[in-house]
Design a protein around this ligand. Structure first.
Ligand code: FAD
Length: 502
């Protein structure tokens, strides 16, 4: 594939410099070091959209605290299969990051991952009963061992003093806590990975915006790119990954591949409240996830998180979901309208009808005053004062809309989807959840779908990077515990000096 004469021809083109392209590029550099790779990013730096540390919640999603990954069945039992799946996917990321650190390809893991207890918190008798049953079901799996449950307010005061301070004692309250959770700075990680790719001579072109993708007669993909001087350039590649975040749908539509039809996008904006008052910040040390309000979408589950950003500890509360027609934070108000094409108009209309309540909810959320948001925060921090908290605008999420057998036409999806051409020459990542935490798993899926002819030869290297590749960790507790210990050591997660105990 290599030794190409023309400098505008690449083996691989990655569109977008977010965590997904960073991850795919880094994996491919290990598997096929000679391939010529080019990255186009419309902004002037890597990791400035959803992957930026201020634009997402930085939770290393391993299903240790997110209540929406476990479902209560009609008989009262709790289905933990999705939680197991997400936890295993996060273990894949941990192993890959640990490989990169151990090989000195990236350094200073404390700059992108910190140990932080993950907790779920509920109130009311029924919710407390659910949380107990959920705890019992989860702790049967080796993946969730070490999780604790408590409905004792003295214990909870020890775990979450800020949340328990001045709280009315008449409502039943309970929490689970597990110390193996993490706070991940995906922005820092993205920048580290692009620095590494730059050192490996990947051509990273910032301020280059891809505006079209077309198939050439000889089966390559030809990209029309507006460069940093405002001029048009044309570049070709055998394989293109569309990692444009919210910008991926429109680029996928431009490829014209049959797999791009009948798909739409539904944008959801987000806001956080941030507390920079050190006295308050020091009173909390965890990610504490609550339950979504009735009618709220899963991505607006409220949580109060300790964050490590810009070498400083802060507290973030939210996200408050809202409606904006933009597909990227730096996008255009026309994004939603221009994503409607002849082939997806019925899907989009059906979704419009189905999502009236959700849209109404999101519009109401956008209109909330700061005081109303502080009132929601007081559910978590009863004595929160408005002057200690500021509003920050988070990233945009574009949820996939498609026709499904179970949901029918125009069904809103809350997960991530890899859409690829039948011949594997182009792939796009759509959707936003569980997002950056599972980037390595998702990019391995891209590799499985798009490079099946190389998989056998690449497998030993993949197993070197991800020792659990192809193995269920839930069913192999010994391997799980070994990997948990070794990755904690390499990533510095076992270092007690990095764990702040209240
Ligand atoms: C509010 C919020 C909270 C979240 N919380 C979490 C969390 O706690 N944990 C977690 O794991 N995930 C979380 N996520 C999801 C996570 O942030 C995303 O899944 C992830 O960052 C997506 O990475 P990406 O590389 O696909 O996209 P992005 O980081 O958005 O990168 C896409 C890049 O492509 C560029 N681009 C777009 N179009 C073009 C074009 N035409 N030409 C050139 N460049 C282009 C953009 O400028 C951008 O830099 C959250 C997301 C949001 C919005």
């Amino acid at each position: 594939m290599s030794h190409m004469e023309n400098k505008r021809e690449s083996d691989v083109i990655l569109i977008g410099a977010g965590i997904m392209s960073a991850t795919l590029g880094t994996i491919l550099k290990e598997l096929a070091p000679d391939w010529k790779m080019t990255v186009f990013e419309k902004l002037d730096k890597a990791g400035e959209e959803s992957s930026n540390e201020w634009n997402n919640a930085g939770t290393g999603h391993a299903a240790l605290c997110e209540l929406n990954y476990t479902v209560e069945k009609p008989d009262g039992s709790v289905d933990i299969s999705k939680a197991v799946q997400i936890n295993e996917q996060f273990q894949v990321s941990r192993q890959f990051w640990s490989y990169l650190v151990s090989q000195d390809l990236i350094r200073n893991p404390q700059d992108f991952i910190m140990p932080l207890p993950h907790m779920s918190l509920v109130q009311g008798e029924n919710n407390v009963s659910f949380l107990r049953r959920r705890f019992e079901a989860l702790t049967k799996s080796p993946l969730f061992q070490g999780m604790e449950f408590s409905d004792d307010s003295n214990k909870l005061k020890e775990w979450i003093p800020l949340i328990m301070q001045d709280r009315a004692a008449n409502v039943p309250i309970a929490a689970t806590k597990i110390d193996s959770g993490t706070d991940v700075n995906f922005g820092a990680l993205t920048r580290m990975l692009f620095d590494h790719l730059n050192n490996k001579h990947v051509d990273i072109k910032y301020k280059h915006m891809v505006s079209d993708i077309k198939r050439t007669k000889d089966g390559l993909w030809r990209l029309k790119v507006r460069n940093d001087q405002g001029q048009l350039e044309y570049h070709t590649a055998k394989f293109v990954f569309i990692g444009g975040g919210g910008g991926s749908l429109s680029l996928l539509q431009k490829t014209g591949i049959p797999e791009s039809k009948h798909i739409g996008g539904f944008p959801v904006s987000g806001l956080f409240l941030v507390c920079n008052n050190p006295e308050i910040v020091e009173q909390h040390h965890a990610k504490v996830y609550g339950k979504a309000a009735v009618g709220a979408p899963p991505m607006s589950v409220p949580h109060l998180d300790t964050r490590y950003i810009d070498n400083k500890k802060s507290l973030l509360f939210g996200p408050f979901a809202g409606f904006s027609p933009k597909f990227l934070k730096t996008g255009s108000n026309l994004d939603l309208v221009s994503s409607v094409k002849l082939n997806n108009v019925l899907t989009m209309l059906a979704a419009g009808v189905k999502s009236v309540a959700l849209t109404r909810y999101l519009i109401q959320q956008v209109m909330l005053s700061k005081e109303k948001r502080i009132a929601e925060l007081r559910e978590f921090v009863p004595n929160a004062k408005s002057e200690d908290w500021d509003i920050v605008v988070a990233g945009q999420r574009v949820q996939v809309i498609k026709d499904t057998i179970t949901g029918g036409k125009g069904t809103l999806q809350f997960g991530t989807e890899v859409v690829s051409a039948a011949d594997g020459s182009v792939a796009a990542l759509l959707g936003a959840s569980p997002g950056a935490s599972t980037a390595v798993h998702v990019m391995l899926e891209v590799i499985r779908k798009c490079f099946p002819q190389h998989l056998k030869a690449w497998e030993p290297k993949i197993k070197e990077m991800i020792p659990s590749y192809g193995v269920s960790l839930a069913e192999n507790p010994k391997l799980f515990h070994e990997l948990q210990a070794s990755t904690a050591l390499t990533l510095g997660l076992a270092d007690k000096s990095r764990v702040n105990v209240n």
